[in-house]
Design a protein around this ligand. Structure first.
Ligand SMILES: C[S@@+](CC[C@H](N)C(=O)[O-])C[C@H]1O[C@@H](n2cnc3c(N)ncnc32)[C@H](O)[C@@H]1O
Length: 215
């Protein structure tokens, strides 16, 4: 049988069969791309849909996000919070706070999100909460440290999700060909794999999400 070329990728097909991005998230994405040079950092439709679905299932009371950027992933996660839920999010860059706050307010979740500014390694230590979910999505060389800093603050049965754990596929390259960030991510993946306190799954969605469940 003659080989028929595919009109679109399976990723595009998956996106077509996923609930469409809301007009508000689409506007946030558009404004991020217009006003920042780093729009690529934003979670985007498929990962946002996953985070939202995961939070709807988990109904977390307390969520911690490390790496707010313009607030896209925080907005997705906030949709699934428990009625008395609260999401703490940290970013070192204050410049983008207003964009995030504007969209959270428009979505009606502004009162459920606490924005912290500063180096996450320091800020995390001052937040006295027990979290049902932690989403790590900041500087890649910091992942191991963030994991260790938050671990005791995660409830038994709670989750840590870490983004970009495939690092654009660089993790499979030999060490000498990996960038500094890819090396750090690979080291993080190895650390999670060796941690007997958790169950984990590397989900191959977008740039890879490490899903960790604390036993
Ligand atoms: C990939 S973006 C986050 C994207 C966001 N979670 C989303 O999906 O829309 C990473 C963010 O981490 C922040 N960041 C980098 N190093 C940090 C640090 N040491 N402490 C806190 N935030 C940091 C950056 O300023 C940037 O906004």
């Amino acid at each position: 049988m003659a080989k028929v070329s595919k009109p679109f990728t399976v990723g595009e097909y998956a996106e077509q069969y996923t609930t469409a991005q809301s007009p508000l998230l689409a506007a946030l994405s558009r404004e991020t791309h217009l006003k920042t040079a780093r729009g690529i950092m934003l979670s985007g439709h498929m990962q946002g849909a996953f985070l939202q679905m995961f939070c709807h299932a988990l109904k977390p009371r307390r969520v911690l996000e490390i790496g707010t950027f313009t607030g896209y992933s925080a907005l997705c996660m906030a949709q699934g919070l428990a009625p008395d839920g609260l999401l703490h999010t940290i970013d070192i860059d204050e410049e983008l706070h207003d964009i995030a706050a504007k969209y959270w307010a428009e979505a009606g979740v502004g009162g459920k999100i606490v924005q912290h500014t500063g180096d996450a390694a320091e800020v995390v230590q001052g937040i006295n909460e027990i979290f049902d979910l932690v989403f790590i999505d900041a500087d890649k060389v910091g992942y191991e440290n963030y994991y260790n800093l938050v671990f005791d603050k995660v409830a038994p049965g709670g989750f840590i999700l870490a983004d970009n754990v495939l690092y654009d596929g660089e993790v499979v390259l030999p060490a000498e060909a990996q960038s500094k960030n890819a090396k750090a991510i690979h080291q993080f993946n190895e650390m999670v794999k060796a941690d007997s306190r958790v169950e984990h799954m590397l989900l191959g969605l977008r740039d890879g999400i490490m899903m960790v469940r604390k036993k």
